[in-house]
Design a protein around this ligand. Structure first.
Ligand SMILES: C[S@@+](CC[C@H](N)C(=O)[O-])C[C@H]1O[C@@H](n2cnc3c(N)ncnc32)[C@H](O)[C@@H]1O
Length: 326
């Protein structure tokens, strides 16, 4: 297994190498001032808080989101590990007369005080993010109650074929690097939503946005909120993949199929304790504690479902194991 710092060094070296040409490369950005660019700003404005708010853009690169947020009137900080990418960001900020507090820093553990921001944003980061569960927990800590996460990402590498990617890319995104990037080869946002739920985000949504396709595939607009005190840990599912009821995890009871007879427990207890030593205990049913209504098992974040699919994704490192000690 590759050392995470070697993995990150390879990733950062790659991005530093392509920084100067990043914005000229088709599919990376919509040109500032174009109709496509305006569509992006129009898509971002309603998912960001009302301006002026404190926004942190992680892995900001040349500042596509950071500059759009600054142009919308937000106070924006940005981190990226590639100084060359940040040089491009600084040049664009100067050219556009915008202020962004851009610093070299790790998106996994941005060095800011807890509760400093109203929004943490990222674009085209999740696929190349090592330690995503740790990163999401850190982002949550940086957000104030009611703060939000806004991530734009797509599934660019579902069908990875050696030889079909540019040589410079393959040289840095080696098999050892890709092994450390649990979200790189996804074909659905579900594992991302499961991780965000595990990190304590609520009202999660992942919306496909064909109108924002820059030529590389349809990106998803992923949003989640930090609960305010007393707010329930709901998991809202919306969009094509997300159709289904709006649910509150604390209201759900689950039936576990046990050799000694089925038992019903609160979902929160199942999330806390997991299947224990009988690792394959299945979840048979779910219902609402308050209404008694039967609920589809899909209301439970995938990471906690303990199905063949969730165990496979955990084994492949695409989801963090919520019960590593059981
Ligand atoms: C595909 S580019 C996206 C840049 C920008 N967010 C955008 O929307 O155009 C990926 C960026 O992530 C940065 N990056 C990758 N891993 C990072 C990490 N752990 N911390 C900070 N930056 C990271 C790279 O340096 C690069 O600038």
């Amino acid at each position: 297994m590759s050392d995470p710092s070697d993995v990150q060094a390879r990733i950062t070296t790659f991005w530093s190498g392509v920084a100067a040409g990043y914005e000229a490369h088709a599919g990376n950005v919509a040109e500032y001032g174009s109709t496509e660019y305006d569509s992006w700003v129009d898509a971002l404005a309603p998912v960001l808080p009302d301006p002026p708010a404190d926004v942190l853009d992680v892995a900001a690169g040349t500042g596509y989101l950071a500059l759009a947020a600054a142009a919308l009137g937000h106070r924006v900080a940005a981190v990226d590990l590639s100084p060359a990418m940040l040089d491009e960001l600084a040049a664009s900020a100067t050219a556009r007369g915008l202020a962004v507090d851009a610093r070299v820093g790790d998106a996994v553990a941005p060095d800011f005080a807890p509760a400093s921001f109203d929004a943490v944003t990222s674009r085209h980061l999740l696929w190349t993010l090592r330690e995503p569960a740790r990163a999401m927990a850190n982002w949550r800590r940086l957000l104030r109650p009611g703060g939000r996460l806004v991530a734009v990402d797509g599934f660019w590498f579902t069908d990875w074929e050696d030889g079909e990617v540019p040589a410079l890319f393959a040289e840095h995104y080696t098999a050892g690097t890709r092994d450390q990037l649990p979200l790189m080869h996804l074909d659905t946002p579900e594992p991302i939503l499961g991780m965000l739920a595990a990190a304590g985000f609520i009202e999660l949504a992942a919306e496909p946005r064909p109108d924002l396709n820059l030529g590389g595939g349809v990106p998803y607009l992923i949003t989640g909120f930090v609960p305010r005190p007393g707010e329930h840990h709901g998991h809202r599912r919306r969009g094509d993949l997300m159709s289904g009821p709006e649910v509150d995890l604390e209201d759900i009871l689950v039936t576990i199929g046990h050799n000694f007879g089925d038992i019903e427990v609160p979902l929160t207890e199942w999330i806390r304790r997991g299947p224990g030593p009988r690792k394959h205990l299945p979840l048979l049913a779910a219902r609402s504690r308050s209404t008694g209504e039967r609920l589809p098992l899909e209301v439970i974040p995938l990471v906690y479902r303990n199905t063949d699919e969730s165990r496979r994704l955990i084994a492949e490192g695409k989801l963090d194991n919520p019960w590593p000690d059981s």
